[in-house]
Design a protein around this ligand. Structure first.
Ligand SMILES: Cc1cc2nc3c(=O)[nH]c(=O)nc-3n(C[C@H](O)[C@H](O)[C@H](O)COP(=O)(O)OP(=O)(O)OC[C@H]3O[C@@H](n4cnc5c(N)ncnc54)[C@H](O)[C@@H]3O)c2cc1C
Length: 387
């Protein structure tokens, strides 16, 4: 039984059903609501979807992008050929749900009660119906309701880690000289990681990632006058992109990094954001969720079902899985490193930033000074980051 038919839950249901398991998949929402989440994926994540038999479903729900410009300081630094796929998250999840194998029993309803233990898991829905299964997989994203019911705590690794902002531009994709672009923050005190512009269908989408807290004046300014605040924060952006005019709602999503405690318990296993979250700037959230699904559903669950019981030792083996644990650890480390590079103080981060700045300056200039600086600073910065 899986609670949460989002990305991780739907892919897990599909993977388990492909291997012959009987699966009940439960979600609170019959229609996937619009929600700001991952909106682009690259070939590494698509390869995982392919391995899980869902590559074609994803390709059909997404807009392919074949090239990206990398820009900063009002100049284009690189023009890269890179295959990516862009989508509205709700369309991706809707497509995954629509392509579930017939063997998956998809139900909608609110969970009223959960009894969990080493042999049987029992979930009662608000309409009085009861579902029993040997294993309960919780894939409810960052929502804490199910965690509370089974006695698992969600703890903050970092509150107000970053903010992700999504909006559509007025002009269609054909109005821009590029197919997609990633434009990096210009100065460390602008606390911008980057903005990326890319097509979803016939519209041009923007994702802006900043290291701000949700209650500071910049956020209020952005909500009130987004285009103007963007112009002031990245004064050279329009030299590359042309005039930025925003159309429709601006979605603002503060990001806390979250972990769980007390999760090694009989009968219940957490996957995706329900287990831990990462910063969207790291671009690892979907990958992390799919690694969870692949390791759990291809490796662990078939072995668990082959022997009696669902004790905590089985569940703990999944959390200790080397591939999963390494990915989670690296994802958290990357989230913190990128934040440090953009906002960190002290010698370590100042040098790391200087090295990154010198490298990006060297990438688009033949100026010997920048190239020498990059060569000299980079090893010192890398050494300081390692200690
Ligand atoms: C703003 C933002 C931007 C991001 N950008 C990127 C990016 O660029 N690249 C990247 O790789 N990752 C990104 N991520 C992370 C990525 O989107 C997530 O890691 C991934 O979507 C998590 O999927 P999930 O299945 O764990 O959760 P979800 O897809 O959220 O699924 C949770 C499901 O559980 C259901 N549910 C919740 N509570 C209950 C309940 N009590 N009962 C029943 N059902 C319930 C919900 O309805 C939902 O269907 C971003 C995240 C955010 C927030």
């Amino acid at each position: 039984m899986i609670i949460g038919a989002g990305l991780a839950g739907s892919v897990a249901a599909s993977t388990l059903a492909q291997s012959g398991a009987d699966v009940v998949l439960i979600d609170a929402a019959a229609i996937v609501p619009p929600s700001l989440r991952a909106e682009k994926l690259g070939t590494d994540i698509l390869a995982l979807f392919d391995r899980l038999g869902l590559g074609e479903t994803v390709r059909a729900a997404a807009t392919p992008i074949s090239s990206v410009w990398i820009a900063r300081f009002g100049r284009v630094m690189k023009r890269r050929s890179r295959l990516e796929y862009a989508f509205a998250y709700k369309d991706l999840v809707t497509a995954l749900r629509a392509n579930l194998p017939a063997k998956v029993d998809l139900r909608f309803g609110r969970v009223a009660d959960i009894e969990s233990g080493p042999d049987l898991q029992r979930v009662t829905l608000n309409d009085g119906s009861v579902v029993e299964a040997r294993l309960l997989i919780v894939a409810t994203g960052p929502s804490a309701a199910i965690h509370r019911r089974v006695g698992i705590d969600i703890v903050d690794a970092t509150r107000d880690h970053s903010v992700c902002i999504g909006f559509y531009l007025k002009e269609p994709p054909r109005a821009y000289p590029f197919e997609s672009i990633v434009y990096y923050g210009e100065h460390w005190n602008d606390r911008v990681s980057y903005i990326s512009l890319f097509p979803i269908g016939t519209r041009m989408r923007a994702n802006l990632f900043v290291y701000r807290t949700h209650d500071e004046p910049w956020m209020r300014d952005f909500r009130r006058a987004p285009a103007e605040t963007l112009r002031q924060t990245l004064p050279n952006l329009e030299k590359v992109c042309g005039p930025i005019e925003i159309e429709g709602n601006v979605d603002v999503r503060p990001i806390d990094l979250r972990l769980t405690e007390g999760h090694e318990r009989a009968g219940v296993v957490l996957i995706g954001d329900a287990y831990c979250t990462s910063c969207p700037v790291s671009g690892t959230g979907m990958h992390k969720a799919l690694i969870d699904v692949e390791r759990l559903c291809r490796e662990h669950v078939p072995a668990w079902l082959a022997t009696p019981g669902m004790g905590p030792e089985k569940i703990s083996a999944f959390y200790a899985d080397r591939i999963k644990a390494d990915f989670d650890r690296n994802s958290l480390a990357l989230s913190n490193r990128l934040r440090g590079l953009a906002t960190g103080r002290g010698v370590r981060w100042t040098l790391a930033r200087a090295a990154a700045d010198a490298r990006s300056a060297a990438a688009f200039t033949v100026h010997r000074g920048a190239q020498m600086a990059a060569v000299l600073i980079t090893p010192i910065a890398e050494f300081l980051e390692r200690i």
